[in-house]
Design a protein around this ligand. Structure first.
Ligand SMILES: C[S@@+](CC[C@H](N)C(=O)[O-])C[C@H]1O[C@@H](n2cnc3c(N)ncnc32)[C@H](O)[C@@H]1O
Length: 248
């Protein structure tokens, strides 16, 4: 189990709530990762790795905010793959939410997104990022369009009401070690590991999605579950395999 706080931050009650809600313990992860508070934000930290900065979910500033304001908008590959060029108010289940960057792009374009994350530490980071984002005046739309579900994807896909789109972005082993240098990738490699059960998500995703399933893959990776997509949209660093159930 991943470690949790060496100190409770400013709000011991909130810290305790996070521990209870996400089943977080008090011992350190074998590779030195632990959760901590920094400037009222929950962060994932590893002091043993030189130059490794804190990892946190920050929708209101930094890269996410820049991408929302100056990114490609509905011309982004992810938006095209999900069908947001045709209809803005889609419902989307992001079954492998991670730090919620993709979900945030989709929600900022108008979709209502359920973010499913099973890893307790990552889910807690997301929960705290959503809490802070909900306090930001410029993100007043966010509370209605982004909801976190701490659950396994399989369970969520079996129990959730139908959605227009299911979005999948499971972990994939990096092609070489240099890819791990990217700080978030390294953290995810150490804390989450590889999602070896990812193939099993495609069939239930296709059952739940009214319109389509979108799978994000590194360019070098095989298709999920050896199932050929209806079409592929090329992104800058990844591709999006799109499985169409019905037209949007
Ligand atoms: C590559 S990351 C997703 C990154 C995300 N798309 C983003 O933009 O930040 C994959 C995440 O999916 C989660 N995950 C993988 N398989 C899952 C499953 N079966 N159920 C729930 N979460 C899962 C992992 O814990 C990890 O946090």
């Amino acid at each position: 189990m991943l470690s949790f706080f060496n100190q409770p931050g400013d709000d011991a009650v909130y810290t305790e709530q996070l521990c209870q809600q996400f089943g977080l313990g008090l011992t350190e992860n074998a590779s030195g990762w632990h959760l901590a508070w920094q400037d009222n934000a929950l962060v994932l930290r590893n002091s043993d790795i030189p130059k490794q900065g804190d990892i946190l979910v920050d929708f209101a500033s930094g890269a996410a905010s820049y991408r929302r304001l100056h990114g490609g908008g509905k011309n982004e590959a992810i938006a095209k793959a999900c069908g947001l060029t045709k209809k803005r108010d889609l419902t989307i289940l992001d079954a492998t939410a991670g730090l919620g960057r993709d979900a945030f792009v989709l929600a900022s374009l108008g979709a209502t997104v359920t973010l499913v994350e099973r890893n307790p530490a990552v889910a807690a980071l997301l929960f705290d990022g959503l809490r802070r984002a909900n306090e930001a005046a410029e993100l007043s739309w966010l509370g209605e369009r982004m909801q976190l579900l701490h659950s396994s994807a399989l369970q969520a896909l079996q129990q959730h009401e139908p959605v227009d789109v299911v979005y999948l972005d499971p972990m994939f082993p990096p092609r070489d070690k240099t890819a791990l240098v990217k700080k978030e990738m390294r953290a995810f490699h150490d804390v989450v590991g590889s999602d070896t059960d990812a193939d099993a998500l495609l069939a239930p995703a296709l059952q739940l999605a009214l319109k389509r399933v979108v799978v994000k893959r590194p360019g070098y990776a095989d298709v999920l579950a050896q199932q050929a997509p209806t079409m592929t949209v090329a992104g800058k660093n990844n591709r999006f395999d799109v499985y169409i159930n019905a037209a949007i």
